[in-house]
Design a binder for this molecule. Structure first.
Ligand SMILES: [Zn+2]
Length: 210
């Protein structure tokens, strides 16, 4: 990927609202994860400049589908000792979910720990106030009373709430997952699906963004 191509993909990732689809072939998938890690590293640099005054140290970003934890409640992991951010992806992944996870983990980098206390919430709020739409959503989920009104205690419903928000703008409200967490939509029914392989084979934005 040239630096121009990377810049174009980062720009696309900043504003897009679609699902990324990964290959079912293991070797292709590994390449696609490496590609996405590169784009997210570019996004990290962009966010570092835009929201953190370039104060964050570089972190290695690893994209993986090997879940260490409950499938829907863990979307990313910040590892201080190795300066690594792990991004856990599904077969299909909303781009807004990637943005939210990245900005969340970047706040951990800033505060230097994995807690979600006052300081963490204040930073998310600050970034939301600066106009980061996904941080604004996170800010809302962290606000007092949110748990009681919108979600049950388990992470799955929270994920569903996120997914529903993602499709709001389509004027559609499909239930995206069955009880076991499998996607219910077929590719034909899913105009928002972008194959990562297709994205890798071209340089810049081509699909219309919202
Ligand atoms: Zn966290």
């Amino acid at each position: 990927m040239t630096s121009e191509e990377l810049a174009a993909h980062v720009e696309e990732m900043l504003v897009s609202n679609w699902r990324l689809g990964f290959s079912s072939q293991r070797d292709e998938r590994v390449q696609q994860f490496a590609w996405l890690a590169q784009v997210l590293t570019g996004l990290y640099a962009h966010y570092n400049h835009a929201y953190f005054g370039d104060r964050l140290r570089p972190f290695r970003i690893v994209v993986t589908d090997e879940f260490g934890d409950a499938r829907f409640s863990t979307r990313g992991r910040y590892e201080k000792a190795t300066r690594t951010i792990r991004m856990y992806v599904l077969d299909r992944m909303w781009t807004e979910g990637l943005r939210l996870t990245l900005i969340h983990e970047m706040v951990h980098v800033l505060i230097g720990n994995g807690w979600h206390g006052k300081r963490f919430r204040a930073e998310i709020h600050r970034i939301a106030e600066m106009g980061h739409e996904d941080a604004a959503y996170e800010d809302w989920t962290l606000s007092p009373g949110w748990k009681g009104t919108v979600q049950s205690a388990d992470g799955k419903h929270r994920w569903k709430a996120r997914s529903k928000r993602a499709v709001d703008w389509e004027g559609d409200d499909p239930d995206l997952f069955d009880e076991e967490g499998h996607f219910l939509l077929s590719e034909e029914d899913d105009p928002d699906l972008r194959r990562v392989g297709d994205l890798m084979s071209r340089g810049g934005p081509s699909a219309p963004s919202r």
